[in-house]
Design a protein around this ligand. Sequence first.
Ligand code: DGJ
Length: 727
Amino acid sequence: MIHFDEQTQTFHLKNSKISYLLAIEENNYLAHLYFGKAIKHYSGGYQYPRTDRSFSPNAPTSTDRLLSLDTLPMEYPGHGFGDFREPAYNIKLPNGSRINDFRYDSHEIQQGKPKLEGLPALYTESESEAETLVIDLKDPITGLKLKLFYSIYEEYAAVIRSVQLVNETSETVEINQLASQSLDFPNRKLELIHLNGTWGRERQLTREEVQTGIKILDSKRGSSSHQQNPFVALVEPHTTEFQGEAYGFNLVYSGNHETTIEKDPFDQTRLVMGINSFNFSWQLEQDARFQTPEVVMVYSDKGLNELSHTYHDLYNQRLVRGKHRLQERPTLINNWEATYFDFNEEKIMNIVDEAKKLGIEMFVLDDGWFGNREDDYTSLGDWVETEGKLACGLEKLAKNIKNEGMKFGIWFEPEMISKDSDLFRAHPDWALGVPGHGRSLSRSQYVLDFSREDVRDNIYQQMKAIFDRVPIDYVKWDMNRNMTEVYSVLLAADQQGEVAHRYMLGFYEFLEKLTTEYPDILFESCSGGGGRFDAGLLYYMPQTWTSDNTDAVARLKIQYGTSMVYPISSMGAHVSAVPNHQTGRNTSLETRGNAAMAGVFGYELDLTQLTAEEKDEIRDQAKFYKKHRQLFQYGTFYRLESPFEGNDTAWMFVSKDQSEAMVFYFRVLAEAAHPLVTLKLAGLDEEAIYCMDEREMGGDELMNLGFYMDSELHGDYVTQRFYLQKV
Ligand code: DGJ
């Protein structure tokens, strides 16, 4: 998969789908040549044209006026010796200089893909399925070394990149920026797609022209955030869901991140992605290494659906780990929107009894079971069950639920500490904060300093005490605020820029330990809904609560956007009560059910308050979902009609063997004399005949002609569902 051509000094990473080409240029600079559709034979003649550009300096030690680092497409660009575009790194040397002139030194091609020390990363199951190119760049003056990692799998249209800085000098250097990757596109008209939003409105899809200048998409919140997901795509102006080129970039990291897109005056576009350089610094001592998180770069020449399919397959197969990988996930009932903090054993067991009758498989006890937690002002950090709230006690409750034949899940928010908690009273310095300054509250809580081992140990032991006593099948790991006053009292003054990343390393270490010690528990991450929906967390927790917004109409956009990169098997989606608690909207149970089926399905409402008809409908929904969940969770997901472009949304699932498919259609607002809507399907076997609603139709017919939607569909928020089976 990886070849080095001595004669042309070119590296070619390729599989049957993609090629990635880079070359050692004059003066040993590493230049980027190409990323895109596979090239079977590369002649070696694609060299950046030599042009003398005014005000673009020539490479150091070179007298050649025709070559400048300011215009040459670079693999890992720096600043200070000719390239005035956005750099990928910024390293301060002991003499105050930031000039680091990294040039090709050596390379190695390895079988498989190395692990990333302390960080989440894609993995291999066998050495032969992937190869990794490691290129060492060295500054000949300082001796600092950069290692660039490029992995390619045989099967996927993806290149995975990360960087390691190795301090082989005799003094400490200070890293102020070290991106995971940079990619230059020469002379392309491109559009940028990114996923932004806020609480309750996560991963809204924005598409805009890449214009001259610099655009930064980032999070400084200490988490990957509701506001800006660490994913972007660059696409051609004519790219749609089904055609055109698309390049995806996804950072496998859950903390502060930064993506910079710069288009220069020569219409060249650079995209740099990595840990956010804002307020970041790292003291790298002699002989120490700093490893960046990795970026998963995916290419598609058939539009955005294909781009997403690669991400979904890759993440299901080679990011999610452990017992629950590729397993059908249980349907659940969560008591949060049913009771909030106001529950007791009787209320819970009534819901459980009803859930059991309706065929739901797991009960999840949400916030409010510990300390004095009757509201959200108190007790985070005191992970001991509230005496008397559950008359029989937590352990007995869990056992009773399990005796009913259901699974039991429970909520934690381990990284947080309430101002009003025994833990805070005992250890006020355990929360992030600058001595002498007040701390900012958010939801009346502070953030524990997870960069500290003693803090992590304490929380780990508290959780362990519960895990070892109570039979737990599932844990919802929440995080309900962003970080402020990011300062750790244990670190020296010149190390305070390390705290946000050290927190992430501590957090990942905690998760590694916990998920290794309790491999049977299914973990779902959450941050006030989808405030930390990222690939980093999917490595430890196979599911994420997609959004606190459970409104079916709002969920169309949220789930559509999320599906750009994250697989359906990772997206928690629940049917809740109406009027919806977040939007006040009334939608039918059918619409709520159909929307939630594009995810890991559950309920979040008081089942005891429903009418007999509603219960019948829920029984049917749960049965239907369970029957088809393999298709929903692990089938190929096609987006057909976008909620960001109009009143209609449609998506469908096709089984991997194309023997069956399920189509969902949603119309938001009713209109008199609605124009006719045809739906063209995708992903079917064009040679096959499918049976849909007792009609037999060709796969090619369904994909090319499609079919008319019911013109009698009346009312707001309506939905239809079609099941197709190969004849
Ligand atoms: C935020 C979560 O997203 C909700 O589902 C719920 O668990 C609450 N926190 C509990 O405090």
